[in-house]
Design a binder for this molecule. Structure first.
Ligand SMILES: CC(C)(COP(=O)(O)OP(=O)(O)OC[C@H]1O[C@@H](n2cnc3c(N)ncnc32)[C@H](O)[C@@H]1OP(=O)(O)O)[C@@H](O)C(=O)NCCC(=O)NCCS
Length: 140
């Protein structure tokens, strides 16, 4: 676990893998073993994902990111949420969460970890099942 670094003002960028600069921004985090281990699977750069990337105001430091993509029955899947260990517990995911919910407010689903479950429950999501150590959650 790395030392905590102070998170300053957070900028949330919204982009897909077709955006100029996407791979320069996200490349270092795709296919990283430590991140895949934390997430329970590879961080794929699927074409239909919309990414929310939290950076410092000067856009030079990535704090974390999450994504959304279309799922079955008109739902949106919330996935790929990750905040770099040094920047955790400073509200980065909360800001990513708000930006994603604002962009995709309708029915949604996710498979979430213990660390992310409280935010889902606080937002009124309900647990619909279990996949290994992960909880399936849905929003109406
Ligand atoms: C889950 C994760 C994205 C949270 O990021 P974060 O920026 O540290 O989260 P925030 O600071 O915005 O915290 C928001 C709330 O989430 C909950 N939370 C965050 N980390 C938690 C943890 N380790 N354990 C329990 N609850 C946690 C708390 O309710 C927290 O609110 P609080 O700090 O006021 O108590 C981050 O811990 C992470 O990347 N974990 C590894 C990957 C992962 O689990 N991803 C989620 C996939 S669904």
């Amino acid at each position: 676990m790395s030392d905590t670094k102070h998170v300053g003002k957070v900028t949330v960028r919204v982009l897909t893998n077709r955006a100029q600069g996407f791979y320069a921004l996200m490349g270092p985090y795709l296919s990283r073993r430590a991140i895949a281990a934390d997430l329970g699977g590879t961080l794929w750069d699927d074409d239909d994902k919309t990414w929310f990337v939290a950076t410092s105001a000067d856009r030079k430091t990535v704090y974390g990111f999450c994504a959304a993509r279309p799922a079955a029955r008109g739902r949106t899947a919330y996935l790929s949420a990750y905040v770099l260990p040094a920047y955790r517990r400073q509200g980065v995911y909360r800001q990513l969460w708000d930006a994603r919910r604002e962009r995709f407010p309708g029915p949604a689903q996710a498979t979430c970890t213990e660390a992310s479950l409280p935010l889902f429950l606080a937002a009124g999501w309900t647990v619909s099942g279990q996949r290994g150590v992960y909880r399936r959650v849905v929003a109406p």
